[in-house]
Every structure is written in C-alpha cells, then in structure tokens.
Design a protein around this ligand. Sequence first.
Ligand SMILES: [Zn+2]
Length: 198
Amino acid sequence: MSENKNNTRFRKYAYWILLFLAIAALAIVLVLTAQKSSEKNVAENEALPQQESFVSAEPITFLNPLLSCDVLKGYSNSALQYNKTLKQWEAHKAIDFAAEEGTDVYAVMDGKITEVSYNYLMGNVVKLDCGNGLVFVYKSLAGDVPVSVGQNVKKGDVIGKVGQTAKSEASDGPHLHFEAWLNDKNVDPNEYLDLEQK
Ligand SMILES: [Zn+2]
C-alpha cells in the first residue's frame, strides 16, 4: 500500500522533472537560434559599408583655386609664350590666374601642406600634397601665408592670398601661378580643374 503511494509520488515528480527538462531544452534552442541570427546580422552589417562605398564611388572633383578664375596665361608644355618681365620666350608649365592682391586662394582638394617657402623668382610658394602622387604648387602668393608645413587642409580651406611676389612674372601684376604635378612630372592643371564651373 505504502509502496504504491511512493510510486505515485515518484511518477508525479517525474512528470515535473520531464516538464522542466523540456522547457529548459526549448529555452536553450531559442537562445542558440537568437545568437545565430544576431551573428548573421552583424555579418550583414559589416558587409554593408563596403557595398555602399563601391556603389557610391564617384569621380573626384576638384575645387578651383580661386572663386573667379580669370586666366592670364595658359599652360604650355612646349609651346613658347612671351614672358614680358624676363623679355624672353618660354614654356609656361602652369596657369596664371589674374586676381586682386589679397584674394583668397583655396585648397583644390584635401591634402597636406608639404612646403611653404620663398624664392626670388617665384615669390611665396605653397605646396599641397593630395596623395596618390598628386601635388599642386601655388606661387606668387602674398607674404602672409596662413598655413604651415605638415598641416592637413580640407578642400576649400584658404591656404594663401594672391600676391605679386614672383619677380620673374612681376610685369603681369598680382596673380596666382598654379602648377599641377603627378608622380613628380609637371602636368596641365586643366586635367583636374573645371574652369568653366561657376
Ligand atoms: Zn606663371
């Protein structure tokens, strides 16, 4: 009789234990599933920016070095142009932009200032290294150059003012002498600038 009672009690406990185990197993399955799906979400989120940057890769555009670009003397790699200061014919591997003395001169692209110097022939010079071998050189700047070597600048930052400091081009009046260099080779700035843009 008493054995029978014990048996019933055991069966009752067994029922609860089994129910508990079943719930525990279900809980484990749920937790594992949730973990897996969150791992998957992380993987998807990590993959997304790469995809976005690939899709939205646009051609790089350069800002003009002056707000208003009035070309005084164009670029010529070999064709000779008359330098009325030096009274000689020479190639002009730069673009000269006429502007009033003190006009703001802009960084045409993000980059680093790698040279701020002065020399008698070209006046105050600022070199802007934009990476990937591309360097822009600004010459005949006014004396109060607002940037220094090693400074990182953003496209559109003022990195100088128009001056009349290049003695070799003094007869041309105040202007910016603007050069472009790619992998240490002088190139036509028109490759990068859109002088028609307003
Ligand atoms: Zn020039």
